[in-house]
Design a protein around this ligand. Structure first.
Ligand code: C2E
Ligand code: CA
Ligand code: CA
Length: 697
């Protein structure tokens, strides 16, 4: 007799099952008469209850089910391409199939088959839930306990390498398992051992299955069967006897698989994250496939994306960073109830699975708790800028039969990344519209990439809005405004595509291309001999925060060959509020070359004028909001802003001037420059040069 060799992969594990079924089952079954023609569906229902088998079907030789524990299966016929058909027409007598979806119920089963000599066959199905539960029970003791379902198993023991015995007795503590010399010998020689024994004065038999991994002995499984019980079932109808035995053997086989896995570090590593010990993405996918089947239970996943977790590593170094990261992870886990499972699927993403919850409020509460852990941890660790999380929530739809684990995860990603667009909260429930938005965003992103990496400026280009000097009534400059036009979507608002470029880390290269364009425009203006015309370019916070910002700007200016003083950079208040030191030094260095700076949308942020003075900015651009107020009864505070700015030596530009009335107010209160539809909308490069040449007062 051969010993059971434990294999590394699931495929090989299935082989074990096959081998076991083949060897054991065939031996047993050969001695039994085939009486399956007498087996009724009622017999099968009884059997399925008693042995906790989910499905038992008997097929005739044409592949049609004629007896089943499930009435709806009656008459179902196997067809070409279906696994049952492959078995029906194949040469195998016995087969244990990989877990698959049942074509009738959409549930996942593990099936085993046995064919009788007349070509009929029996099929047994165990719901994959159960199968996975077995697989999930890591402890040998749990595994042994699973055998509890089988009343004819008297005892089960696991004997490890050093002959220590883990015991689980079901029927009776009295059953006396002795490890005598012949048993020890067979274990040592990796041989199976069979012997007849007595149990309550009835025949029983003991089997010892040595368990070998590679060339190493892991231990042995000892099982005692009550022979009289077994025989009773065998007499009920041979096919049922076969069925019962198949179940026993597949349970044993899955135990073997489990023991193998427990002993196999590689398996553990393949399914677990090495830092946190949480199950990983592969595990999650298996887990989700399985949980989808629990139709009646409310279930959801939360994808927790840590936005700036790299800060921990930057602040503390990698090693220390990992320790801290793990602490946070464990704290999250500890805060969850038993209903929840946590997985780590990427460096900065966790999945929390929950089921049986009452309402959306419960899920929101979970999100709030997680967020509070990040905040309190950031505080105790004194991490500058909180570690922050965005969370995407997907409630797994029980009504749909076509949900896939892949989709659930994808939707969670979508919900998490809709963070900026959908709401101001850090969590979002997935909905179908989000998918549309993300598709649009993805498309815009890909077009942006095309424009950036192929430098295709028919997708991205600048328009220029003239600025009128109210003192001289001459064009003093232009603001370059980015435009995007694609084949499928037409014109896209800069609010939209600039935002996407920022989110998807494209703003830096995009900004450089826009800057190049603006500098080429300046070159034309210089060549036409206009020496006091400036061109302003909008700069995102991300750009000005970069160490290489100064070098990049200077390289473009030099390559194109323009005077730095003809370039103006527009920044917003928010860009220097949080990161004053870095921004300040970038601005100072650039200012020293002659480049000008203005504060865009002035009045919408909270910067103090003293800060602006400290930065040595040239101009403030008064936001359109204030200009719109000019035509209301109390006219707002525009005149105060202008006079204050002048006291600090700053120029003033009024934005969004649309009415003659507004222009008159601005002139009266000494505003320097105006920009808006009243004078001109943003216009093309060529039109801008023309208006410059022709506009003469
Ligand atoms: P912004 O910098 O405040 O630009 C002024 C916006 O007001 C422009 O909108 C302009 O077309 C619009 N505008 C000008 N005059 C009037 C007027 O009289 N009435 C009204 N109703 N609107 C007026 P646009 O071109 O849609 O740009 C929107 C925003 O997109 C800009 O606001 C800026 O924040 C951003 N943006 C545009 N181009 C760039 C760029 O090259 N880089 C970066 N980082 N952001 C840009
Ligand atoms: Ca601007
Ligand atoms: Ca503005």
């Amino acid at each position: 007799m051969t010993s059971f060799v434990i294999f590394e992969s699931a495929a090989e594990a299935t082989e074990i099952i096959n081998n076991m079924l083949d060897e054991k089952l065939e031996l047993t079954v050969k001695s039994i008469a085939t009486l399956h023609h007498n087996t009724t569906s009622n017999d099968l229902i009884k059997l399925s209850h008693e042995y906790n088998v989910d499905e038992v079907n008997i097929y005739n030789k044409h592949g049609e089910i004629y007896a089943s524990n499930k009435p709806q299966n009656m008459g179902w016929k196997s067809y070409e391409g279906h696994p049952t058909y492959i078995f029906l027409t194949g040469y195998k007598k016995i087969w244990a199939e990989d877990i698959r979806k049942d074509s009738l119920s959409d549930l996942y089963y593990k099936y085993g088959y046995y064919k009788t000599n007349d070509g009929c066959f029996v099929q047994i199905g165990i719901l994959s839930d159960k199968y996975y539960n077995l697989i999930q029970a890591f402890e040998i003791d749990n595994l042994l306990m699973n055998l509890d379902e089988f009343s004819y198993i008297i005892s089960a023991h696991f004997i490890d390498d050093s002959l220590n015995i883990t015991t689980h007795n079901y029927m009776d503590e009295i059953y006396d398992f002795n490890l005598d010399k012949s048993k020890i010998d067979s274990i040592a020689n990796k041989r199976e051992y069979f012997s007849k024994t007595k149990y309550r004065n009835e025949d029983a038999y003991e089997v010892i299955l040595p368990i070998v991994y590679g060339n190493n002995k892991v231990g042995a499984l000892a099982i005692a069967f009550s022979l009289s019980d077994t025989i009773k079932y065998i007499q009920l109808g041979s096919i049922i006897g076969v069925a019962v035995l198949m179940v026993i053997f597949s349970v044993i086989a899955s135990m073997l698989v489990k023991i193998n896995k427990r002993n196999n570090k590689l398996f553990y590593l393949a399914y677990h994250d090495s830092l946190t010990g949480f199950p990983n993405k592969d595990y999650l996918m298996e887990f989700l496939k399985d949980s989808i089947n629990k139709k009646s239970v409310a279930k959801a996943i939360l994808l927790v994306n840590l936005i700036n977790f790299k800060l921990i590593y930057l602040t503390y170094g990698h090693e220390e960073g990992e320790i801290i990261f793990n602490k946070i992870a464990q704290e999250i886990k500890a805060s969850l109830s038993k209903k929840e499972q946590v997985f780590r699927i990427t460096d900065n993403e966790f999945i929390i699975y929950t089921e049986n919850y009452k309402s959306k409020e419960y899920l929101i509460e979970l999100c709030i708790n997680i967020k509070s852990i990040f905040i309190s941890k950031s505080k105790t660790l004194q991490i500058h800028n909180n570690i922050d999380a965005k969370i995407g929530i997907v409630e797994i739809d029980n009504s749909s039969s076509h949900i896939h684990a892949d989709n659930i995860l994808k939707n969670a990603e979508i919900a998490a990344s809709s963070y900026f667009t959908e709401s101001n909260t850090f969590y979002n429930f997935f909905n179908k519209d989000m998918e549309q938005n993300i598709l649009r965003e993805n498309y815009i992103e890909s077009e942006l990439k095309k424009a950036i990496y192929n430098e295709m400026n028919n997708i991205i280009y600048l328009e220029y809005q003239p600025q009128l000097n109210l003192k001289t009534n001459k064009i003093s400059g232009f603001e370059g405004l980015a435009r995007m036009k694609t084949e499928d979507l037409g014109q896209i608002s800069p609010f939209e595509f600039i935002n996407i470029a920022e989110k998807r880390n494209l703003i830096v290269p995009l900004g450089l291309i826009l800057l190049k364009n603006a500098c080429s425009f300046i070159k034309y203006i210089e060549e036409l001999g206009f020496n006091h015309v400036t061109v302003a370019v909008n700069v995102s916070t991300v750009q000005i925060l970069r160490d290489d910002f100064y070098d990049n700007v200077m390289k473009i200016i030099k390559d194109i060959g323009i005077q730095p003083s003809h370039l103006e950079l527009e920044i917003t208040e928010s860009s220097f509020m949080d990161n004053f030191d870095i921004v300040n030094s970038n601005i100072m260095n650039l200012k020293n070359t002659g480049i000008k700076f203005s504060i865009d949308d002035f009045g919408t942020g909270y910067s103090s004028l003293s800060r602006i003075e400290e930065l040595n900015i040239d101009t403030i651009k008064i936001d359109k909001w204030f200009i719109d107020k000019l035509t209301t009864p109390n006219q707002g505070i525009t005149s105060d802003i202008i006079s204050l700015a002048h006291k600090l030596g700053l120029n003033t530009v009024a934005e969004g001037v649309e009415l003659q009335e507004q222009r008159e107010y601005l002139e009266k209160h000494d505003c320097d420059i105006m920009q808006g539809y009243l004078f001109s909308k943003p216009i093309s490069h060529d039109n801008a040069l023309n208006i410059l040449k022709n506009f003469e007062i």
